[in-house]
Design a binder for this molecule. Structure first.
Ligand code: FAD
Ligand code: NAG
Ligand code: NAG
Ligand code: NAG
Length: 490
């Protein structure tokens, strides 16, 4: 039996296991997606648009609208525009005009102006509530494609296919498995175990993920405009960060659409604190939240009053504590399995490039799948690395308390315009596009980084153009025949 027949057999099995009438598309793989987070849902949406069969498996039995503010800019917006989501995103967002950083006594330390970046790229940066964006993605993926309450415990893969096993003892088969299941991904752990047994896992990837930050965050219910006058200005968001005086903490507030304020406390952990974190449960109960809430209750905020007043206006169930890890794994794919995500922006960028690569698999063989997954990593790795490095520097600049870090902060917030533009020019030209959809309008004033075009899409477009031309010719002929007929009959 050829590999292809094997793969087709696997697909038939997929169809049986999941939905009886799932259509088998011979020249497109069946993609299993682990995790219905932002990365998993973006992958699902892209597969939907690409006409690729997919299924999403999410451990939670119900979506909980957690999170604080999130922003998206030039690097993602052109792709969202291709997907037809830009207008809806704009409608739920406020544009970012500047990021302002203050001391505890509300003296301005510095401000990062967003306009030069907007001018270069032709897109504004939008700030919105993470749960709103999540809902938007969720609303675009048919609910029949998402299986809730499916915690993946193990995976198996070989030349014939990939299988996931869930805690409820169900199994599902497919051609490709996408691990979009977060920082402590079960898919990654399983894949790494398989590689380790084969002696294929680099040493760096065996080490634990250092936890660098602990954040507590939430979004208030609609607030009184008289108390928080910044909410009256709906032409922009007011995004303020306050740096603590003598501890590695900062807190942010941002005004949101709907008279709400998103808030977050970020605490940089010492290496001892970080080690202790490994031994704790990653799910924090309300008691753990209470200690932190008490600690930050009286922190002053730029929009007036104290942090505690915002916390009191936030549904306690929807306050979350998040660990922010800092690690770039070297290994992203093995066999039929591939990892995406972590870091909201990188999860979306990963999803775009990954589905581009999957789209170009015209013949679903084990070999072609491996080539496509390796291609995804090759296209993404250096960008992910740059993002992680910038993130680390940014965190140091924002939170560092050593003398050198304070000096760095002073420099960073008082950069001359040319230096700011230079740093923008590093980030602005990268924006992965969906290679199988028409490109978005060119809004930028600079040259964007080139991207690998889709061979399949080019072929399909050419075939479509040919068909249209033939149809036009036929129509013209019918037209001519008709005129002749009319002329003759008259
Ligand atoms: C609760 C929460 C709040 C956040 N709030 C903010 C915020 O306010 N602002 C911001 O910028 N970023 C926030 N982030 C971070 C940001 O959203 C993530 O970094 C980004 O979403 C990464 O996306 P992801 O899809 O890779 O992973 P995640 O968002 O972590 O999603 C992973 C998904 O996989 C599921 N999953 C995990 N294990 C399994 C398994 N074994 N089987 C099946 N499913 C599994 C999880 O339940 C989850 O739904 C938050 C993250 C979380 C988890
Ligand atoms: C966005 O908001 C405008 C104004 O309220 C509305 O006319 C438009 O239909 C909305 N667009 C979408 C896609 O929801
Ligand atoms: C705020 O604190 C700084 C020192 O950290 C001081 O120089 C400044 O005068 C203070 N401003 C106000 C308004 O108190
Ligand atoms: C978009 O326009 C800019 C400025 O006119 C130009 O430099 C760039 O090459 C254009 N990009 C594409 C893809 O056409």
């Amino acid at each position: 039996m050829s590999l292809k027949e094997d793969a087709a057999g696997t697909r038939a099995q997929t169809a049986q296991t999941i939905v009886p009438d799932a259509k088998t598309v011979i020249n497109k793989p069946v993609v299993l997606i682990a995790g219905a987070g932002i990365g998993g849902l973006t992958t699902a949406l892209l597969c939907e648009r690409a006409g690729i069969e997919y299924f999403v498996f999410e451990r939670a039995s119900k979506v909980k609208p957690l999170g604080s503010a999130m922003s998206l800019s030039q690097n993602i917006l052109p792709a969202l525009e291709q997907l037809g989501l830009l207008e809806e995103l704009q409608n739920m967002s406020l544009p970012v005009k500047s990021l302002d950083i203050y001391k505890e006594n509300m003296t301005l330390i510095g401000s990062i102006d967003g306009k030069p970046y907007d001018d270069l790229t032709g897109y504004r940066t939008y700030l919105f509530a993470r749960p709103d964006f999540y809902e938007l993605l969720l609303s675009k993926v048919p609910s029949t494609k998402i299986f809730m309450g499916k915690k993946i415990s193990s995976i198996q893969q070989n030349a014939d296919g990939v299988m996931i096993r869930c805690v409820d003892n169900t199994n599902y088969h497919g051609d490709i498995l996408v691990g979009a299941d977060g920082a402590y991904s079960a898919v990654r752990q399983n894949m790494y175990k398989q590689m380790e047994e084969q002696g294929l896992l680099p040493k760096e990837d065996m080490e634990e993920i250092p936890v660098v930050f602990l954040s507590m965050l939430g979004i208030t219910k609609p607030l009184d405009l008289k108390k928080y006058s910044a909410l009256e200005d709906t032409s922009r968001t007011y995004f303020s960060t306050v740096l603590a005086k003598d501890k590695p903490q900062c807190w942010n507030t941002a005004t949101l659409k709907g008279n709400r304020i998103a808030w977050a406390l970020n605490h940089q952990l010492t290496s001892t604190e970080a080690k202790e974190m490994f031994f704790r449960n990653s799910e924090w109960g309300p008691e753990a939240n209470k200690a932190t809430i008490d600690e930050i209750y009286n922190y002053p905020i730029k929009e007036g009053g104290i942090m505690g007043e915002l916390i009191d206006m936030t549904d306690k169930d929807l306050i979350s504590k998040v660990y922010l890890e800092e690690k770039l794994f070297l290994t992203w794919n093995y066999g039929r399995t591939v990892l995406i995500g972590d870091g909201a922006v990188s999860a979306i960028e990963d999803a775009i490039v990954l589905v581009n690569c999957i789209y170009d698999i015209e013949d679903v063989t084990y070999e072609n799948i491996q080539v496509a997954l390796a291609d995804y990593r090759a296209q993404r790795f250096s960008h992910a690395e740059l993002q992680v490095n910038i993130g680390t520097t940014f965190a140091k600049v924002m939170l560092g308390q050593s003398l050198s870090e304070r000096i760095m902060r002073k420099i960073a917030f008082n950069l001359p315009k040319w230096a700011q533009v230079r740093s923008h020019l590093k980030m602005a030209p990268y924006r992965p596009l969906v290679s199988f959809l028409p490109p978005p309008p060119n809004r930028s004033t600079i040259k964007m980084m080139p991207q690998k075009p889709s061979k399949r899409y080019a072929k399909e477009q050419a075939a479509r153009a040919k068909e249209e031309a033939a149809a036009k010719e036929d129509a013209a002929k019918v037209d001519a025949d008709f005129s002749v007929a009319v002329a003759v009959s008259v």
